[in-house]
Write a protein that binds this ligand. Structure first.
Ligand code: NAD
Length: 273
């Protein structure tokens, strides 16, 4: 690790995957900038990390001025360096596109896609000034093949996948890697949005349809491997790996999904891909 604590800046650090990656990298000795719109959640994450190994940054990833301020504050304590910029904040909701609210569509694109672009641009000079730095973006299994009932979310995650590939090429000469995580379902707050109004939780609904929901602990080692390995995209959990395999070799099976998010995923799982 050399003579300095490596810094990682984590958006969506108040919950779920961001919290877990913060915890994991801190356990490896890294210094973590926890960024989110949720101050209480950030304080809880910080309390899980060793003392003196984190800072907290109130940041709405859609706000470019807040990005500049947050990274200036963070790098003031890291000697101007960022080893990993983890663009992870995201929201997800679905339904038929014709039935979605305009505001819901705009917000998903603003957070899941524009928020990532904002972070990459705000972080560029710090990444460039850090040897062997890495942008890690959270895409999704929904960025591997389109998912019925989740089209806008899926589109944002495809876009994040594209950004990752482009920057991995563009910035190679600058010594900045670009990587994505493509998780299947993981047990965090976001899956509570699956078919709200049902008397089952999102996790119960998915599991009763035979769809795997992985424990959040799966993400720390996956993020570590993504940052330190050579692959541009890291699929996380069995379902994501099955999807990637099927998208490559049996795309017809994926096209035969039934409509509806859970029903469609049930088809994929039961088709044995
Ligand atoms: P989560 O809801 O537990 O955490 C998301 C965090 O993002 C929250 O702390 C929230 O406050 C924060 N956030 C939301 N809007 C923000 C904004 N404008 N600015 C800053 N922070 C904001 O969900 P999660 O599962 O931890 O989601 C993290 C990422 O993982 C998302 O990009 C999500 O799309 C992706 N993902 C999750 C799963 C899964 O099954 N959990 C699967 C694939 C991809």
């Amino acid at each position: 690790m050399g003579d300095r604590r490596k810094p990682i800046f984590v958006t969506g650090g108040a919950s779920g995957l961001g919290r877990e990656v913060s915890r994991y990298f801190a356990s490896k000795g890294w210094f973590v900038g926890i960024a989110d719109i949720n101050p209480d959640g950030m304080a809880q994450t910080a309390a899980m990390l060793p003392a003196g190994q984190s800072s907290i940054h109130l940041l709405d990833v859609t706000n470019r001025e807040q990005w500049k301020q947050a990274l200036a504050d963070f790098t003031a304590t890291t000697g101007g360096k960022i080893d990993v910029l983890f663009n992870n904040a995201g929201i997800g909701s679905g339904g038929a596109i014709q039935d979605m609210d305009d505001s819901d569509i705009d917000r998903q694109i603003a957070i899941n896609l524009t928020g990532v672009i904002n972070g990459i641009r705000a972080g560029f000079e710090y990444l460039k000034n850090t040897p062997d730095s890495c942008v890690l973006n959270t895409s999704s299994a929904a960025g591997i093949y389109g998912v019925g009932g989740l089209s806008v979310y899926s589109a944002t995650k495809f876009a994040v996948r594209g950004l990752t590939e482009s920057h991995d090429i563009e910035w190679r000469e600058l010594g900045i890697k670009s990587r994505s995580l493509m998780p299947g379902f993981i047990d965090t707050n976001i899956i509570g949005n699956i078919e709200p109004g049902s008397n089952q939780t999102g996790k119960e609904k998915l599991e009763s349809a035979g769809i795997e929901v992985s424990p959040v602990e799966i993400i720390g080692p996956a993020a570590w491997q993504a940052v330190h390995g050579k692959k541009v995209h890291t699929t996380v959990n069995k379902m994501a790996k099955q999807l990637a395999f099927a998208a490559r070799w049996f795309p017809g099976r994926l096209r035969n999904q039934r409509t509806g998010l859970v029903e469609g995923l049930e088809t994929i799982v039961s088709s044995g891909t």
